[in-house]
Design a protein around this ligand. Structure first.
Ligand SMILES: [Mn+2]
Length: 395
C-alpha cells in the first residue's frame, strides 16, 4: 500500500493582500502527476484544507476541480480531515456526494462520524485508517462549571488520548488479527515538534502533553497536520508533512515536501518528496545600503520580499527602499522597522500591516495600550477573547 501524506493546504489564503491561487494551481498539477507516477493508493490530507471557514469561491472551485481530476485515477482513495482553520459545515456539506467519488471527509470526530476507513486493493484489506480530524474541545471534553485552567488542560489531554485509544481499539477489532497496518491522522501540535510563526495556538490555554511516542505506541504510521515544517516527532513513523507552500515569511527558507509512505510486507518506508517552488519568498535584513545591494541581486521579479530594516534613519530608508524596489520592478510586500533602534519615534512604529496580524495579536496590542496593572486580569481577558474567537472561527 502506497500513501501520499500532505496537509495544511490553506487554499484561499490571502497573503498581505495577495492571492495564492497560482501557487495552489501549480501545486495541484504537480501533486496530480506525483500521485499518478507513484501509483498512490491513498491520499491523506491532514487538515487545514482551506485558510478560513468561509473560503472564497475560487478556492472552492480549485478544491472540487482537483478532487474531480483525482477521480480519473482508478483505485485511488482520498481521505480529507478538518483542521482548526476549516469550518466543519463547509467541509461536511458535500460529504455524501464526495463518497461516491471515493473521497472520505471527516470533520469533527464526534459520535455521528465514523472515523474508521478500511482500504481495500483487489478486494483484499490493505490497512485501516483512523481518520481523526482536529478534535475540538467540545468533542473530547465535558465542560464543568468552575473548572480552573489547569483542570481544563488535564481533561483536554485525557480526552484526546482517550479518543486515540478508542479509535485504535475499534480498528484492531475491525482488522481481526490480520497483520495489516493501522494508520492514524491528527491535527495538533505535539510535544517535541518545531513550529513556525504562522500556526495558531489551537487549544485555549491548552498545553498538550501528547507526543510522537504516545501516538507511535499504537499506530504503524501517524499522518499529522497543523505544523508547516516537514518533520518527524520523536519516532520515525510519526510525522508532519508540512504545508505545500510557505504560508508566512518565517517559512521562506523551508523546503516544502509531501511524504510518500509505503507498506510492503508490513515494512514501512517513508520518502520525503520535495515540492517545486512556484514563487519565492525572500526576507532581507540590514540598513538602507545593505538592503539596496541585496535587492539588486534579486533576479526573479515574481519574488515576494519582506524587509527587516535596521537603519539610523528608518523613515527615510523606508521611503527610499520603496522607491528603489519600484524602479527595479520588485515586489516588496512589507518593510518592518527593527524596534530595537534607538530614538524610534512613536509615529514611526506604524509599520506592521493588519494582514500579518492574527485577531489575537490585535487584541493583545490593544490591551497593551490600557494601563492594566493586574496581570491576572490581563490573562483572563486574553483567554476570554480567545474563547470567543474560537467560537466564531469554529462556527
Ligand atoms: Mn492548523
Amino acid at each position: 500500500m502506497k500513501i501520499l501524506h500532505t496537509s495544511d493546504w490553506h487554499i484561499g489564503q490571502k497573503f498581505m493582500g495577495k492571492s495564492r491561487e497560482e501557487e495552489h494551481k501549480a501545486f495541484f498539477s504537480w501533486l496530480f502527476e506525483t500521485i499518478k507516477e507513484n501509483n498512490i493508493d491513498l491520499l491523506i490530507v491532514a487538515g487545514d484544507i482551506f485558510d478560513t471557514g468561509t473560503p472564497p469561491n475560487y478556492a472552492l472551485e480549485l478544491y472540487y476541480n482537483f478532487l474531480k481530476q483525482l477521480f480519473s485515477l482508478s483505485g485511488l482513495t482520498v481521505i480529507i480531515t478538518a483542521g482548526n482553520h476549516d469550518s466543519v459545515s463547509t467541509l461536511k456539506a458535500p460529504k455524501q456526494l464526495l463518497e461516491v467519488m471515493n473521497v472520505f471527509v471527516i470533520t469533527s470526530g464526534n459520535e455521528s462520524e465514523d472515523e474508521l476507513i478500511p482500504i481495500y486493493k483487489d478486494e483484499k484489506l490493505q490497512g485501516i485508517i483512523c481518520a481523526v480530524p482536529f478534535l475540538r474541545d467540545s468533542v473530547v471534553r465535558k465542560a464543568t462549571a468552575g473548572e480552573t485552567m489547569t483542570e481544563k488542560e488535564i481533561s483536554l489531554n485525557k480526552g484526546i488520548k482517550q479518543h486515540y485509544k478508542d479509535v485504535y481499539e475499534k480498528a484492531k477489532e475491525l482488522s481481526t488479527d490480520k497483520k495489516i497496518p493501522i494508520i492514524a491522522t491528527g491535527h495538533l501540535t505535539t510535544v517535541g515538534s518545531r513550529t513556525s510563526e504562522s500556526e495558531r495556538d489551537i487549544y485555549i490555554g491548552g498545553t498538550l502533553d501528547i507526543g510522537g511516542d504516545f501516538l507511535g505506541k499504537y499506530f504503524d504510521y501517524v499522518a499529522l497536520g497543523h505544523l508547516h515544517i516537514n518533520q518527524t516527532v520523536r519516532v520515525s513513523h510519526v510525522r508532519y508533512s508540512g504545508s505545500p507552500i510557505p504560508l508566512s515569511f518565517s517559512e521562506a527558507s523551508q523546503k516544502k515536501r509531501v511524504n510518500i509512505v509505503t507498506f510492503e510486507n508490513n515494512k514501512l518506508t517513508v520518502e520525503e518528496l520535495e515540492i517545486p517552488l512556484y514563487r519565492k519568498l525572500l526576507v532581507l535584513k540590514g540598513n538602507l545600503e545593505m538592503v539596496k545591494k541585496e535587492l539588486e541581486k534579486v533576479e526573479d521579479k515574481s519574488t515576494w520580499i519582506e524587509i527587516h530594516l535596521k537603519d539610523e534613519n528608518p523613515m527615510f530608508a523606508h521611503q527610499a527602499l520603496r522607491e528603489y524596489a519600484e524602479a527595479l520592478e520588485l515586489i516588496v510586500l512589507a518593510i518592518k522597522i527593527d524596534r530595537t533602534q534607538k530614538k524610534l519615534q512613536a509615529k514611526e512604529l506604524k509599520v506592521t500591516s493588519l494582514d500579518e496580524l492574527t485577531p489575537s495579536d490585535v487584541f493583545t496590542r490593544r490591551l497593551e495600550v490600557e494601563a492594566l496593572e493586574d496581570e491576572h486580569l490581563k490573562e483572563e481577558l486574553i483567554l476570554n477573547f480567545k474563547s470567543v474567537l474560537e467560537k466564531v472561527e469554529n462556527r
